[in-house]
Design a protein around this ligand. Sequence first.
Ligand SMILES: Nc1ncnc2c1ncn2[C@@H]1O[C@H](COP(=O)(O)OP(=O)(O)OP(=O)(O)O)[C@@H](O)[C@H]1O
Ligand SMILES: [Mg+2]
Length: 484
Amino acid sequence: MFSKYRKPSDASAKPKGDNVTSMPTKSEAPKPQADAPKASMRKPMPAKPALAGPADKDRKRKERMGELKLELHRQLLDNLNLAALENASESDLKAEIADISSEFLGDRGVVLNREDRTTLIRELYHEVKGLGPLEPLLQDESVNDILVNGPQQVFVERAGKLELSDITFKDEKHLMRIIDKIVSAVGRRVDESNPYVDARLADGSRFNAMVPPIAVDGSLVSIRKFKKDKLGIDDLVKFGAFTEEMAAYLQAAVACRLNVIVSGGTGSGKTTTLNALSSFISNNERILTIEDTAELQLQQTHVGRMESRPPNVEGKGEVSPRDCLKNALRMRPDRIIVGETRGEEVIDMLQAMNTGHDGSMTTIHANSARDGVSRLENMIAMAGIEMPMKAVRSQISSAVNLIVQASRLQDGSRRMTSITEITGMEGDVISMQEVFRFQRVGLTPDNRIIGHFTATGVRSHYAERFRLWGYDLPPSLFEPFAAE
Ligand SMILES: Nc1ncnc2c1ncn2[C@@H]1O[C@H](COP(=O)(O)OP(=O)(O)OP(=O)(O)O)[C@@H](O)[C@H]1O
Ligand SMILES: [Mg+2]
């Protein structure tokens, strides 16, 4: 009765024999190292616990299910008319899968309990319609990032910690098929001649893939999942990313239209910080945002969002961040927010900050405020602008008021490790002063960082501006942390 989804011929539907050969599974992970090195200065590496007895049964069951799923999936691909599936409803398709599955299981005399059967059908449905093994991770709210290192290794990040998941792909071909599905859905292609791609999924998640031969041990995929509810200032204070006092300072800085750069490493929380800072912008300002992948979620009413576009397969159609930025300047913005400045758009960004669009914000990849300034200098040099270094620096120092450093520390926690003001030029050098910092004092036995935030004791360079704009910050805010 579901013949419309079946291919006319079912010659290949015949079972291929009962013995499904085993494939590598997570249970074949390297054995825990039993022998610790001889007396050494080094800390022992944490050993993986050995597989316990009862877990063995569960593992075997999972293995068997995995094998059945593989076989069945092959049958489905052979039997289903993929073109007709495009428009099939979920219930129709699940019914069709259930139908083919019972035929298959019946042929082999395999009896599954209700739960296993439902799981099997759900996983097959994900395989046919969704993103296969990645689907449950995409649906799992607690997962932030998904990192695939070849078919047998999928890491996920939960609550700031990276952990190896028990998800695997059958082989590289399977992984490639899923990657292909993702990129073709957004009109892109990835293969040997275009071995990497950066795209945004339909749900807003950020997706990057690199395939062999550039990726040596199998395709590399990273997905930053889109969070509907971005972390706000209160959440970040609650999570210990910064303090109430720092939040009050940042509120004054954003409201008084200082130009802010959020600096940080990959995944350090730059976009999250930028998004949270934007909440301090007043609701009656016109804000334009420019991003490679639209991630920011501004709460204001008057927001125009732009997403730059890479060239297509023929190398045409590119709309660079710089193009967007140039155009944005003609669109009468009060403030411009650029998701990340990494290339020649830096020139237009600094000019905008200098000329009437103060209160603009962006992020850069850098490890400290000083490093951030060097990055800006390098970007200007790379953009081919012939300007004496002093002029470049003076341009930067008059454009940028504040550099906020975001860091992902070794225990996985993300913190604002420094807030630095740019105060001007001293000779050829840009002068800056740190106003707040995270002071590390040690490490707990379970490797969590001990430390506290502190003001450095310097008076804000912008104190007068804050006062004039009605943000009279109490002097106590700038007093260093006093241990009890
Ligand atoms: N203070 C925090 N506490 C907990 N989670 C955080 C914190 N800041 C950011 N995150 C989470 O960390 C992940 C990475 O954050 P974000 O996208 O802001 O980083 P990024 O520096 O912009 O990364 P990229 O360099 O890839 O653009 C997100 O899932 C975000 O929700
Ligand atoms: Mg980001």
